[in-house]
Design a protein around this ligand. Sequence first.
Ligand code: NAD
Length: 287
Amino acid sequence: MIQLVGVIGGGLMGSGIAEVCARSGLDVVVIEVSPEAARTAEARIRGSLEKAHSRGKLSDDDLAATLARIVVTEDIVALADRDLVVEAASEHEQTKLELFAKVGALLEKDDAILASNTSSIPIVKLGAVSGRTGNVLGVHFFNPAPVMKLVELIPSLTTSIESMERMRTFVSDVLGKKPIEATDRAGFVVNSLLVPYLLSAIRMYEAGYASAADIDQGMTLGCGHPMGPLALSDLIGLDTVRAIGVSLYDEFKEPLYSPPPILERMVDAGLLGKKSGHGFYPYEVAR
Ligand code: NAD
């Protein structure tokens, strides 16, 4: 039974995954890089739960109980007793390799599952450094995690059938999400289709075809998409979109996956989209 969950990284995705798990009645430990980052993550989780409470989706008692199930700390040793750890740190291969090596050695239970929310880094590489390859797989949530129903499950060549089946049951029966299975190729199903589309829209904007607002309106009103590609890039985070494009390009060498220069410059400038307060559009940043 998976009851004790760890989440590494309390950013956009990690805080949402922690919320989903705690709202499903699980005990959750979130690991961040520093006390300050831990405080920010805690405030992000609290803010999201309070929003759900103010919209009547969570009772007073449930809000208090859910918050009480979540601990945010910078002490990675707090992961030792977990049944499942979901790594949702920044999309940076070296960071994830170091985390998998460290946490793989730290976990006390032989059958503990170590999963990554990576959008594009090969799961097999993360498994290889963890010392527990059979129990490592990709579990790719979508943003915002408390709202989006889909979870991609990615077994690597070395993931055991038992770990895959445990996660499939956990994701559907405990978290109430809809799992689909994808092979261990950069981008899995959704980002392989989505990211070249986002990068094409950014190239279009860069070339001056149309304004950001008109490109987005073209796709919302013309194609019935709930959000245009530039607003969606801002929501995902431009650093994350760039990183996924780089991984896809590394894997397939297709020019359409290569991040356009304007995206590189925006990331260099710290214009990361909604999370930083500015991307293709300005935003108010939640602190
Ligand atoms: P983010 O930048 O919002 O958050 C990343 C967090 O990880 C930060 O708070 C950072 O402090 C923390 N972190 C970095 N190194 C760490 C370490 N060594 N230990 C603990 N924490 C660490 O990024 P995000 O959007 O939440 O993305 C996280 C992961 O989820 C990435 O792998 C990304 O590809 C994936 N993902 C992102 C989206 C999206 O829409 N943004 C969707 C699905 C999956």
